[in-house]
Design a protein around this ligand. Sequence first.
Ligand code: ADP
Ligand code: MG
Ligand code: ZN
Length: 607
Amino acid sequence: MKEGKNPKKPWLYYYGVVLLVIVLLNVFVFPSLLHPRVTEVSYDQFLQLINDGKVKTAALDEYGTSIVFTVTDANGREAYGETGVWPDMQYLTQLLLEKGVIFGAEIPTQTSPLLSTLLSFILPMVFFVLIGQILSRSMQKRMGGNALTLGKNNAKIYIESQTGKTFKDVAGQDEAKEALSEIVDFLHNPSRYAQIGAKLPKGALLVGPPGTGKTLLAKAVAGEAKVPFFSISGSEFVEMFVGMGAAKVRDLFKQAGEKAPCIVFIDEIDTIGKKRDNALPGGNDEREQTLNQLLAEMDGFDGNKGVVILAATNRPEILDPALLRPGRFDRRIPVELPDLAGRLAILQVHAQNVKTDEQIDLAAVARMTSGASGAELANIVNESALRAVRLGRDRVSQADLMESVENVIAGMQRKNAVISDQEKKLIAYHEIGHAMVAAAHKHSAPVTKITIIPRTSGALGYTMQVEEDERVLLTREDAMATLATLTGGRAAEETVFGTVTSGASNDIEKITRLARAMVTRYGMSDRFDMVALETVQNQYLGGDTSLSCSSETARLIDEEVRALVRQAHEEALRILREKEEKLHELAAYLLQKETITGDEFMQILNA
Ligand code: ADP
Ligand code: MG
Ligand code: ZN
């Protein structure tokens, strides 16, 4: 389909138009302006014209190759002519003298020097400047406004004169709020601090996993202090041209200085604040310059003026140490994943924005969502509201909340997934296997729900366990119970069907990760005692680990991990074999109901 009128014509279009105009001017306008019209005649015609007494003046041109002359034409006007030079100059001179032609005189072939420079020099310049303007403007548009204006500020600095957020909007995170409230107080009355001679930290660094409310906290500080909030993301400093990021930093601080007291918030500071190293020779000039500029600006400004810099990152371990030294980001404020009470508080804050049934139990939701971030909890509340609308209700019910928790944990239900009866049966045994091994351990969290309705995450069913209360420590017994529970699914398949399936792949991953951590990081194996064999690299993003031991030790670690898993697996097999009739009974029940509660499960198990 053809598009309608193109509102922004491409720069090539302008370029073409200007080029065409120049060519046309050159061909038609300039020659006639600069040079009077000259008629070329043959030498004999020239002689004839002299003889007729029509030639008034004649002159050799500067190269001596042609003669330029003037005649009076039929209308009595002066006209110019040109002809080649004939070798016999003597005769010509004679003839010219005879006819009274003024010769050797200057012929006015040039227009006035002023007009000529204007036309031939200044006019093209004007065109080029115009082209340049058009080009740079269209380029700027396409490149987000930064192409040819080096050193000029174009950073997307977002200024909010009022963020509208306060500490009330941030649930939990009491330690972080406490640390930041000092900054709020300082922004309120800096003089009190100046009087006693105290210098407030220039900057505070908020560190924590994604979605824990770092950005929210920074905004709340500005909102509490009622000062403007400058925010920019670290990635916006990283530019194509060396030096531009630094210029942006300079500009940011200049603007902030003018608006003081205010908060400057640099999000994702790790993108510019990475350790400077020589790993890439010459490859990181731009980033380094930007960082250097930031360091210089932080040193340069007067801390008592009331500009406070907040920055956020989820990769504090890669930050350049220079950023963290006193006088810069000397306050480091951890913003951790919320605990049970924190999750409940966050749910309550967000539940205020939606209409809910009277009897919703947010505490139950909080218990189920161990490990969830504030952003995820906010999402759960919103998803439940969407579900309520979808089902034509005008209030969020507990069922909505529970369902969205499961969506977040395990993905959406795949109601129309086609799974054969034989496979469904196997899945039911697998899940009951997990649940029964869990129930056999007093160290295991109680089973609250078992389902064999598949989810979009790929889970074919799952067993949900929810801790009664949150625990911060993992005992060796807890860890072993978890390992056994995770092997329970596969153990049930083996016990009943005498075969194994790929359905346990996710369990296997979890088992391996936990068993490895027990050996390499938690010091839970006799063989290695309390030796750290692995170090965590980015604690807030997935927690990748790197091995810090010899390859010989690595082999022993693998052995140790295998021994732990085997031990757990054997225990699970033993538990299930002892209660095989219960296994059959529960699996049949689950197969028929598809989803059962923890209570139903315990009743049958203990019957
Ligand atoms: P971060 O910057 O740490 O990645 P954000 O501050 O952008 O996280 O948080 C994203 C959203 O999650 C917030 O807008 C808010 O709705 C919600 N949220 C996160 N933490 C909290 C909290 N402690 N209290 C209330 N809401 C929170
Ligand atoms: Mg953020
Ligand atoms: Zn499983």
